[in-house]
Design a protein around this ligand. Structure first.
Ligand code: 5GP
Ligand code: MG
Ligand code: MG
Length: 179
């Protein structure tokens, strides 16, 4: 696709990372009641891969959130578009996200879920852009660190598209400067 500057993370590298995270999660939550909450839409491909590398029984659910205000900037105030159907009280929760950028979205989501009486709330993210952090979030299961570039693919979109790219790619700068 002609909006791609270059591939940043290959399918093989993603697979390796997902496998490692899946086995850590399986070990850590062995014998525990775990509810995995995928954050839509970006987290859906990562979660689909990750779930199949988890070898213990888990509940799966989804939440869809959007931050108020300018869609290109995270305000940290999260609006729930679609909530989970699962009662998480007395259970362990693992939030699965595509990427942590400023950390504002996840910070807010963790606080929100904690009000519902779970035993624990932890985070798993496929990608991490630590240079952009504004809110402190502890990411127990962290995938691949990336530089401060806008990426697409593997669930991540630009203007709603390109989530279906199998690799994580850097979007050409002139795509958004033309806008
Ligand atoms: P945060 O609140 O951590 O700044 O926002 C995280 C959300 O912003 C991610 O879940 C993702 O939807 C979006 N985001 C952050 N960085 C990127 C990026 O490089 N590419 C895309 N497509 N979305 C991003
Ligand atoms: Mg997201
Ligand atoms: Mg997006």
């Amino acid at each position: 696709m002609d909006v791609i500057e270059r591939v940043l993370i290959s399918k093989e590298e993603l697979d390796r990372q997902v496998e490692e995270l899946g086995s850590r999660i399986s070990k850590d939550y062995e014998g525990k009641e775990l509810v995995i909450i995928g954050v839509l839409k970006g987290g859906f491909i990562f979660l689909a891969d990750l779930a199949r590398k988890i070898t213990i029984p888990v509940d799966l659910d989804f939440i869809s959130v959007s931050s108020y205000g300018d869609s290109s900037k995270s305000s940290g105030v999260v609006k729930i578009i679609k909530d989970v159907d699962t009662n998480i009280s007395g259970k362990h929760v693992l939030i699965v996200e595509d990427i942590i950028d400023t950390g504002l979205t996840l910070n807010h989501l963790v606080e929100l879920l904690k009000t519902r009486g779970p035993l624990s709330v932890k985070i798993c993210a496929a990608l991490d852009k630590p240079s952009r952090r504004k809110a402190e979030v502890h990411v127990e299961y962290k995938g691949i660190e990336i530089p401060d570039e806008f990426v697409i693919g593997y669930g991540l979109d630009y203007a709603g598209k390109y989530r279906n790219l199998p690799e994580v790619c850097i979007l050409k700068k002139d795509v958004y400067s033309k806008k």
